[in-house]
Design a protein around this ligand. Sequence first.
Ligand code: APR
Length: 305
Amino acid sequence: MRGKLKASVIGTGNLGSCIAYELANRGIFEEIVLVDIIRGLAEGNALDIGQAIALRNNTEVYAGDYSDVEGSYIIVVTAGKPRTPEMKTRLELLEVNKRIISDVAQNLRRIGGDAIIVTLTNPVDIMNYLMWKYTGFPRERIIGSAGMLDSARLRYILSRKFGVPVLDVEAYVIGEHGDAQVPVFSKVRVRGEARILGEAEKFEIMDEIRRSALEIISKKGATIYAPANNTVNMIEGIIRNEGKLYVCSAILNGEYNLRDISIGVPAILGSDGVEEIVEWDLDEDEKKMFYSGAESIRRTIESIL
Ligand code: APR
């Protein structure tokens, strides 16, 4: 007999609690377990979220420990320090979040199982890689969430630039979740048509995506709804086995001529996690940026292992 369809969220601060709320609100799991080193925080969020959805669906939301996490289909990891306005890059979180991810991963390794782990802790490409290393789980089940957020930011900017509804824009951001992110301009479609952007326009848009996270952090202290909702969309696609394309940080195994690093790539996600990594034909500038991001991720990994 199968257990209940369960998701767990490890680290129920700003982002984790919002993800748990959105998962509960959509009613796509029967149970949601909240884990935090501050137990009271997980308990408070469980009550608040449970009461928020009480008139809507029967999802059971409760605070727990790793024994409750056992048997989860999806485990979302948002444990870790967030970026503050004075931090120039997410890499400044490296040391502190490495320790936190190591703690979480050891616990997940101990309980085993075949959950799909969705990590958001920053710098996400590095933390997702560490999650893979430290848990020893198959690479297909290790997913870093940031690419759809960056893609949503790009679509938001393009929709305003072209004066069309955001749902009529198709655009993706791949590569490092950081300075070397790659808006794939060569594949931008607006109402089905390719749009050719000039160099100056591209530069401006890239700058705007980069700045948008910091602008939110400096104005309201954290990015919450955008990373949360874009992650939950991806999780819903996974558990519904949609076989749809999402950009996520995945542990490559020879795709794009890279192996054993985690970087944002287009991937087909289904009920077993990453089903296929899609190798796009990038233009020269995009390739340059993508591989420079990959190189910097590799160097960072080497420096902290
Ligand atoms: N185990 C479980 N929970 C932990 C651990 C741990 N070892 N270490 C820290 N936490 C919890 C904290 O107690 C806190 O409640 O993780 C939570 C983090 O929440 P916030 O500080 O509010 O940070 P948040 O804005 O949610 O961002 C979390 O996601 O996007 C990234 O850059 C962001 O790395 C950051 C992470």
